[in-house]
Design a protein around this ligand. Structure first.
Ligand code: F3S
Ligand code: F3S
Ligand code: ZN
Length: 107
């Protein structure tokens, strides 16, 4: 299952993390929601492949620990989403389609 590209219409902001929004529902540690707005990562789909961290030319992503999440115990957090230049590499390389980037969604 890929990230819902309409997450901003179908989910509500329930929290803030490192300066970006968290879109629920969140029920830790199993359910973590979507982190970010312009660059959005569905933490419940991310399985810590790491290609997004390796390939992003402007280092938007940083690892965060998510102990006891069923998919993986670290996630790619869009910690620097304001730096995104919309190259779309992360969207292309993520093997599980956990990332959505939309220039019309401002952070
Ligand atoms: Fe980086 Fe993805 Fe933006 S690779 S520049 S966060 S579109
Ligand atoms: Fe996760 Fe996909 Fe990046 S699985 S670490 S969002 S390439
Ligand atoms: Zn986050």
């Amino acid at each position: 299952m890929a990230i819902d590209p309409q997450f901003d219409e179908n989910r509500d902001v329930v929290d803030e993390h490192e300066g970006h929004d968290v879109w629920g529902p969140v029920d830790e540690p199993e359910r973590l929601g979507v982190h970010g707005t312009h660059v959005a990562v569905d933490f419940d789909i991310c399985l810590a492949d790491g290609a997004c961290l390796e390939d992003c030319p402007v280092d938007v992503f940083e690892w965060v620990d998510t102990p006891d999440h069923p998919e993986s115990e670290i996630k790619a957090d869009p910690a620097n989403e304001a730096q995104c230049i919309d190259c779309m590499l992360c969207v292309d390389v993520c093997p599980v389609d956990a990332i959505d980037v939309d220039a019309s969604r401002s952070a």
